[in-house]
Design a protein around this ligand. Sequence first.
Ligand SMILES: *Cc1c(COP(=O)(O)O)cnc(C)c1O
Length: 217
Amino acid sequence: MSIQENLQNIKATLPQECKLVAVSKTKTNSDILEAYQAGQRLFGENKVQDLVAKYEALPKDIEWHFIGHLQSNKIKYIVPFVSLIHGVDSLKLLQRINTACKKINSVQDILLQVHIAQEESKFGFSYQEISELLASDYQALYPFVQIKGLMGMASNTSDTELVQKEFSKLHKFYSNYQKLGFEVLSMGMSNDYPLAVAAGSNMVRVGSSIFGARNYH
Ligand SMILES: *Cc1c(COP(=O)(O)O)cnc(C)c1O
């Protein structure tokens, strides 16, 4: 199926209020333009160098999200144009984003990444760490950062019950913080976005189901 058909099929299953981030990592500009021509304007990348190159080459009404693990020394390349950073996974990174944005006098929207999977390897804060951060005077500590919500990646498993539990727990936790102005709960990828949406996700990050499997060289 074509990129356009894939996009249509996925959008047809998403509730109105759920945003679709088309994850275009490793994909070419012409793949992205095909999605663009089908009306997609929101794209996600996880490598700073690729993101900057694509931003420069592609139409300026594309909204770019950074979805991966961000290295501190590369923050400055993306904060001038990226609209949301999904994977803020440490206080050090939060601090560094704040510093980089202070220099250009702009406020960066971000999501805090919560470690919800059972795998050790995935990045993110624990629930406990997020609670502590949000109980602190974080707006005064990081005035150039606006925390818009939370992001999580479920365990990579065929155990749908486990994935469901992980998403539901994150949604419940997120709901407690809507009073802080949280608007975004980013959870769900190609393999598990229907479960994420059922659990209350309002932003899914879908790559291979739109663009086809990725080829890593
Ligand atoms: C690659 C990636 C996705 C999309 O993965 P697919 O399985 O291709 O949908 C979503 N979120 C993050 C953080 C990713 O790195």
